[in-house]
Design a protein around this ligand. Structure first.
Ligand code: PEP
Ligand code: MG
Length: 753
């Protein structure tokens, strides 16, 4: 059984093979011969992946020589094909008995029973498969698997470096293997560009150590630095309280202090690898074991370990963490991230940012909302994307259908270039609609407003032909700032917004901090459930200083003009009394100081906590307007975390329950003559907007890019007909989504959705 020195022997022999003059095929033949010898295997073969995903037997010691370059396995075929597909080792004591075994008579492999196949991968791409087989029925040991994985890593490196070039076109093709990853569209639009990793993963280029003792010292130093940095992080005053983040950090620390991990790292360095290569190898080895279990707990731990390994690699490479605008940011950057907060996205240079791909993240998460606000096409839930790309890879983000094309072929690029042109033409058509009113076929005028949050959004007010700003998320400005913006700075910013709006209404929403919106300069109290924790109005009422500062600035900016202030996360009507009192105090203070008052002050509430739906009469007597935050309302109505991709799409906002709630609200607002708007993501999707009109909504606020499509829908809609349909749909008997019925209506009535 090969022990750790076996790896060292293989590494030395591989190095010798590469040093000798030989062509690619000769080198591959020598490689399989050496591996078979050291691994005491009867067979060692290398299969390489072709562009169509099939595998070709490229070299073999033990199988019939005539099978080389003749045996092809279709994508996913046989145990070897499966290994390439799932990217993890396959260890079968009696392969021929396995249901997935694919018998190839030309190879003569029927006499071999045990099989161990490991993927040859580089930067997450599977380039091929390295296989050993033995006549006996046996399970290969964990050490065997690790030796094979490390060997495969070196083989991959040589394949990519061109050291075994000339063995056929397959290798060149596999270097550029394209891939499509299907995720979820979270911000509309299409972008072509090049990958930049949000937390750049270090690619280990030097695998074999020149001076093993020096590598060991580097590893020890890096481990020490890693542990110290994690200990520092844990003792940080803002992170020391209880909460999820604490568990995560504790798990990190647990791994960082794990003796087994350290031992494996040291052994890998002892075998002749550089410290970086050792980290990669141990990471891949553990990953193979952990991914075998379907237990989500272990998968999550795998992510911890990946992050920890990446951190260690960054320390080894001397790269600072948290670098957001590196000078090498391409001018057509497509940002690829495991996960990302809204502030982090804002931090990137917007002029160079074309698109975004996130492994997690749903359409209602705040980073998606910011991406939409910035007009950046984005795809979420792109599983495995971070592992599969390398910085600088060509990539296409299709935020319309939720697809990501990694290293696309020229045909795909040209198809997408056409698509982009087509969309630009359609955008032109929307622009032509810009000065036409949003009126239904039967004469109902719908006011269309935009959601904004940054001064940079302001040109969209006019460009989109909107009727004003239905939601100005003031917290975005706070999140961008490195310190708490003082009253003067806030006043200037709000004034600029009102000036740019040029007389159109602007609804300023007071600070909605909490959940995933954190201000770095304010003490952050860790909470178990931040989305339903101390956020928004709850903070404003408990610690009014910040809220009053904001109101003061808003009143100053709104001097002599109409000013609208909207309060987020109102849960009971009586909260509005307290809010009004605070605003009144500020107003009186201003008057006393001789400030010019607003010509009209309107105070509204967001409808996003379901409890207020049961206090509507009380609430509507206390407000001048209301606006539905459908993102939060849906989240709380269905108890489904909007930023958790596993549940966010489980419940449709076009469900009977939410539509009944909205209909009842629209009715109450008519009765109380209180203006009603909806400013969640729902308003920007044509089918949803059509439905809202059927429920009685006449003002909708959305991302600027949605104005065109929604207006085009409105101008082809018969409002009376959709109202009738919704009356029928909501009568009783139905449960869950009515999306299909609404889509059928739109098709039947030729509504442009
Ligand atoms: C909402 O909840 O729908 C909303 C508009 O507010 P935010 O998305 O900022 O929470
Ligand atoms: Mg909200």
């Amino acid at each position: 059984m090969p022990t750790e020195p076996a790896l060292r022997v293989i590494m030395r022999r591989l190095r010798d093979i590469m040093a000798e003059p030989a062509d690619g095929q000769e080198r591959l033949d020598k490689i399989v011969r050496q591996i078979a010898g050291v691994m005491v295997a009867d067979v060692c073969s290398i299969y390489l992946r072709r562009q169509d995903g099939s595998l070709e037997l490229f070299a073999s010691e033990g199988l019939n020589a005539t099978a080389v370059h003749n045996t092809m396995l279709k994508r996913g075929e046989g145990l070897v094909g499966r290994c390439a597909e799932i990217g993890v080792p396959i260890n079968e004591p009696d392969a021929s008995k396995h249901p997935a075994f694919s018998y190839r008579p030309e190879t003569g492999e029927e006499i071999y029973h045990s099989l161990l196949a490991v993927p040859i991968q580089r930067s997450g791409q599977v380039l091929g498969v390295l296989v050993v087989q033995n006549r006996t029925v046996k399970e290969y040991s964990d050490e065997d698997v690790e030796v094979m994985q490390a060997t495969a890593m070196v083989v991959a490196e040589h394949l990519v470096s061109g050291a075994v070039s000339g063995v056929g076109s397959a290798i060149e093709l596999s270097r550029a293997l394209s891939r499509v990853i299907t995720g979820e569209p979270i911000s509309d639009g299409i972008a072509l560009g090049h990958v930049m990793l949000h937390e750049p993963r270090i690619v280990v280029t030097k695998l074999m150590a020149d001076d093993p003792a020096a590598e060991m010292r580097r590893l020890e130093d890096a481990l020490l630095e890693l542990k110290t940095s994690l200990d520092d992080m844990l003792s940080h005053e803002l992170l020391s309280g209880a909460g999820d983040h604490r568990d995560v950090l504790e798990a990190y620390r647990m791994f960082a202090h794990d003796r087994g991990w350290e031992r494996r790292l040291r052994e890998a360095v002892q075998s002749g690898l550089t410290a970086g290569a050792a980290v990669e190898r141990v990471k891949n080895g553990t990953r193979a074991r952990m991914l075998k279990t379907p237990d989500p707990f272990w998968r999550e731990r795998q992510r911890d370990l990946d992050d920890l390994s990446d951190r260690l690699l960054r320390i080894l490479a001397g790269v600072a963490t948290g670098l957001l605008n590196p000078p090498e940011m391409p001018t057509d950057t497509i940002l690829v991230a495991r996960n990302m907060g809204p502030a982090e996205l804002i931090d990137y240079d917007r002029t160079r940012l074309r698109g975004l791909v996130i492994e997690d993240g749903s359409g209602q998460s705040h980073v998606a909302i910011v991406a939409k606000a910035l007009g950046i096409p984005a795809v979420g839930q792109a599983e495995g994307i971070v592992e599969r790309v390398t910085a600088g890879d060509a990539i296409i983000v299709d935020g319309v259908i939720g697809e990501v094309h990694v290293r696309p072929s020229t045909e795909v690029v040209s198809a997408y270039t056409d698509k982009v042109r087509f969309r630009a033409r359609r955008q032109k058509q929307y622009e032509a609609l810009r000065d036409l009113p949003a009126v239904t076929k039967d004469g109902e005028r719908i006011a269309l407003q935009i959601n904004a949050g940054l001064l940079a959004d302001m040109p969209h007010v006019k460009e989109s032909g909107s009727d004003g700003i239905g939601l100005f998320r003031t917290e975005l400005m706070f999140m961008l700032s490195h310190s708490l913006p003082r009253v003067d700075r806030q006043t200037q910013a709000y004034e600029a917004v009102l000036n740019e709006a040029d007389g159109r209404p602007v609804v300023f929403r007071s600070l909605d901090i909490g959940g995933d919106k954190v201000l770095p300069y304010l003490p952050h109290v860790p909470e178990e459930n931040p989305a339903i924790g101390w956020r928004a109005i709850r903070m404003s009422l408990d610690r009014p200083a910040l809220f009053r500062m904001q109101v003061r600035a808003l009143l100053r900016a709104g001097a002599g003009r109409e000013l609208r202030i909207m309060i987020p996360m109102v849960s009971v009507a009586a909260e509005m009394d307290e809010i009004r009192e605070l605003i009144e105090k500020e107003r009186q203070l201003g008057l006393k100081r001789g400030a010019k008052p607003a010509s009209k002050l309107l105070i509204g509430a967001m409808i996003e906590v379901p409890s207020v739906l049961f206090e509507l009469d009380e609430l509507l007597q206390r407000v001048d307007f209301v606006s539905v935050g459908s993102n939060d309302l849906t989240q709380f109505l269905f108890a489904a975390d909007r930023s958790n991709s596993r549940v966010a799409n489980r419940f449709d906002s076009l469900s009977v329950a939410s539509l009944r709630a909205l209909k009842q609200l629209a009715k109450a607002c008519r009765r109380h003559k209180v203006p009603l708007t909806l400013c969640g993501e729902m308003a920007g999707r044509p089918i949803e907007a059509m439905c809202l009109i059927g429920l009685g909504f006449r003002t909708l606020s959305m991302a600027p890019a949605s104005i065109g499509p929604v207006k085009s829908m409105i101008r082809s809609l018969d409002a009376a007909a959709i109202t009738r349909l919704l009356d029928e749909l909501l009568v009783g008997g139905r449960s869950g989504s009515v999306r299909r019925e609404l889509e059928e209506f739109a098709t039947g009535q030729e509504v442009e959705t």
